[in-house]
Design a protein around this ligand. Structure first.
Ligand code: GLU
Length: 448
């Protein structure tokens, strides 16, 4: 049995009840075969892959808080500090009822390679809670965030572990968490990213994941001789990533005709009105049926009632920006039958392994999330740099750096794929390019 298969078997046995984590590990280790085979004896002796798949530290804690009726509620909090070989742990905090240790481990594992791909000094980590922010009042959100930080603060720090946003955690939540950290530690430091502009946040951080997704997608298309202008794009999701992906796609001359939330989706044949979408999602925090009610060119579809989703709409480019495993094999077949030419993942692992393989077999360009959505965390690292020098850069300066980082990520993964004989396979390219630096650092730092 090869070293990769040996480790895969061990990881599967040890983490049998964590399917999302196993899916992420399987994709990465499978892609790394050519690199591992070239160094098999050394890596095996050093147990490099076993160490890579075992988080350095996992923290699980109680988060008690009081709701508006005076009732005490209890949630579970997590922080997985996965790998600090190339920098302090870095990764968001997900607040969603589906959160359990397997979700946080999959996200933390992905973050190791994503963060490495940015070329910046950030290790991999992730946190979260099964708390559901939906329908909670502002004060309930604050009390939850304060309680969450009352435990988390002792494990993090500007040079140790720097959390940020993810699903369910945006500017408001980061503000409350930052306030509580500062109070407990009596220290004003860059311990979180995605902060408000008045207290150390970076311009362009809000836009960064969506903009970065389009910068990388555009580079991938150009490399393959395709012009994005005039193309029809289907986006899923209606959160921070989706909103700014739609905005940048439109600036680049494409037409985005869909978006979705957990209950339904929109088909707008005239192209999504981003200002209206922002108003509904960021200000009113309402559902997408409000979008269709305000816009005659839009149709609203109920996901459950119709059993349909955005991937049923014919498009040239698909950008899944909602959540893990939202695009399965049936969706992939529909998209291919409708002539899709490129997929780029704005969310983390939104495409199942089966669907990814189907796209690749059918010649569809496929940019994996750990490369395509790295713009968010890359700009978080730029926020850390600004905090360290106690300066803030202009929007244009941050945006230009972001674009350059995304272009470099694509060139590096394209080159890595070619070097190992997998030209055009950007999944293999991203995993190898992300892995090489982490592996070098881990070996140099000894058995730790
Ligand atoms: N949650 C984002 C991600 O998945 C951003 C993390 C960060 O900025 O630290 O990469």
């Amino acid at each position: 049995m090869s070293y990769v298969d040996e480790v895969l078997a061990k990881v599967k046995e040890k983490n049998a009840s964590e399917p999302e984590f196993l899916q992420a590990v399987e994709e990465v280790l499978d892609s790394l075969r050519p690199v591992i085979e070239a160094n098999e004896e050394e890596y095996k002796k050093q147990a490099l892959l076993e160490r890579l798949c075992e988080p350095e530290r996992q923290i699980k804690f109680r988060v008690p808080w009081v709701d508006d009726n005076g009732q005490v509620q209890v949630n579970t909090g997590y922080r997985v500090q996965f790998n600090s070989a190339i920098g302090p742990y870095k990764g968001g905090i997900r607040l969603h009822p589906s959160v359990y240790i397997g979700i946080i481990k999959f996200l933390g594992f992905e973050q190791i390679f994503k963060n490495s791909l940015t070329g910046l000094a950030i290790g991999g980590g992730k946190g979260g809670s099964d708390f559901d922010p939906k329908g909670k009042s502002d004060m309930e959100i604050m009390r939850f965030c304060q309680s969450f930080m009352t435990e988390l603060f002792r494990h993090i720090g500007a040079d140790t572990d720097v959390p940020a946003g993810d699903i369910g955690t945006g500017g408001r939540e980061i503000g409350y968490m930052f306030g509580q950290y500062k109070r407990l530690r009596n220290s004003f430091e860059g311990v979180l990213t995605g902060k408000g502009l008045a207290f150390g946040g970076s311009l362009a951080r809000t836009e960064a994941t969506g903009y970065g997704l389009l910068y990388l997608t555009n580079e991938m298309l150009k490399t393959n001789g395709i012009d994005i202008a005039g193309k029809t794009i289907c986006v899923s999701g209606a959160g921070n990533v989706a909103i700014y992906a739609i905005q940048k796609a439109q600036q680049l001359g494409a037409k985005v005709v869909t978006c979705s939330d957990s209950t339904g989706w929109i088909y707008d044949k005239e192209g999504i009105d981003v200002d209206l979408l922002k108003e509904i999602k960021e200000v009113k925090r309402a559902r997408l049926d409000a979008y269709a009610a305000a816009r005659p060119s839009a149709e609203y579809h109920d996901k459950k009632a119709e059993g349909s989703n955005v991937w049923d709409i014919k498009c040239d480019i698909a950008l899944p920006c909602a959540t893990q495993n939202e695009l399965g094999i049936d969706d992939a077949k529909t998209l291919v039958a409708n002539g899709v030419t490129a997929i780029a993942e704005g969310a983390n692992m939104p495409t199942t392994l089966e669907a990814t393989e189907y796209f690749q077999k059918n010649g569809v360009l496929f940019a994996p999330g750990k490369a395509a959505n790295a713009g968010g965390v890359a700009t978080s690292a730029l926020e850390m740099s600004q905090n360290s020098e106690r300066l803030s850069w202009s929007f244009e300066e941050v945006d230009q750096k972001l674009e350059q980082i995304m272009v470099n990520i694509f060139r590096n993964l394209d080159a890595a794929a070619k070097k190992y004989g997998f030209e055009g396979n950007y999944v293999v390219g991203a995993n190898i390019a992300g892995f090489e630096k982490v592996a070098e650092a881990m070996l140099a730092e000894g058995i730790v």
